[in-house]
Design a protein around this ligand. Sequence first.
Ligand SMILES: [Zn+2]
Length: 499
Amino acid sequence: MHRAMRTLLRLGPTALAAAVVAACSGGDPASTAANASGPLAGAGGQPIDWAAADSETIRHFQALVRMDTRDPPGIEKPAADYLVNALRAEGVEVQTYALEPNRPNVVARIKGNGSKRPLLILGHTDVVNIDTTKWKHGPFSAARDSGWIYGRGAVDDKDNVTASLMTMLLLKRQGITLDRDVIFLAESGEEGSTRVGIQFMVNQQFPAIDAEYCLAEGGSVTRVGGAVRYASVATTEKIPRAIALTAKGTSGHGSVPLEANAVLRISAAVAKFASWRPPVRLNETTREYFTRLATISPPERAARYRDIVSGNPARVAAADEYFRKNEPRHASMLRTSISPTIVNGGYRVNVIPSEATATLDVRMLPDDDSTAFLELVRKVVNDPNVDVSYARRDVRPGTPAASLSSEVFRAVEAATTSVYNTTTLPTMLTGATDMAYLRAKGMECYGIGPATDEEDGPLGYSAHSDQERILETELARFVRFQYELVKGIAAAKTAVERP
Ligand SMILES: [Zn+2]
């Protein structure tokens, strides 16, 4: 059982607020509250009552988790209506944009003085499907148990939606003077129907969300044994592609083996990827990621992270080999990677088929040359009877990484230090997010997220798992982080230094 789970009791709102304050660096409620309202010019008068804000966070979060927004079919309307009402009730300008009536996107805006271009914060209201039989607490129960809240979307992505909602409400209530507009987009369709969500907004409603920077899901804060270890901030991501292998052969009777058997040819082609090592190439994000990770890792692991950025071919190869066996996500971060995922061929036992196919899931480095990579794969297959070509896939655009020296990245690091007291790791995601569409429009996007326990993954509680949960204290702390971050980026006279 989880250590934190044993020690955390069911918390009422006041105890929850106290726990969150204690969890924040500084630990002193008075100084945290003072920081939150800030010494900035233009900041609103009264310090935020965080105890009240934390219980409000829980209330909005539970309400959103209780809405069945499974995608497919993806009926996000109740969640969208909820957000519209909550924002409008406090005078925040809000509008919906819908390609399909049941699947609206919500856009709220708090205006700044226009001296800087807007900041966009976003989250998605849809969730992935569920196997109801696997859930101890109902997937739409938002049940509170021993300090956790359970439900589909708890960490993907109703946490980000709730934090963005709270950030907007708090900015509005505090009357913070802003240098730039802050725009909140609650999008539909992220989980597989981006056509009604981000694609619709980017392609047909872009002026409503146009911004210089964006903050979205994709990052996380990792806790081990209940203690925060580091914060990952997504600054770039790999691009999903698919390569199809098609083997041709001679058909015939299974009783007479043929060397030109298409099943043998496709098998030999696929098997080559077991030992092939696509070339290693670092970029600004991954180089910085491994360099910083080395500074917070135990000596043996740290040595491997330093090896990977050493530029010494033997040391790189040894660390890569270790990653492939023991830290496969790190191996993927080093290169354009290939996972064979589908093999098809034949239809009955006594017929040698004339064709067999395989599909490779390719995750390209964002700046890789797709034509050259395909040529490389052809050389690896090295069989004129096997055709190698790109297959159809919902291709996200390849885009430059978000800068590690922008004012927003610096603000992320500052808020991470002040709220989580930990190291920020700029991260290249191996998977794909909606940020790719926004980066393609020239926005600099950073992926952020709340703290989760590393132990929760193997226990089956992470995003898309058969159960999903978040610690109440960490949800509340994430709201503080996001509020402080957004204020740091958008509040007037951001140059004022904190003591
Ligand atoms: Zn998500």
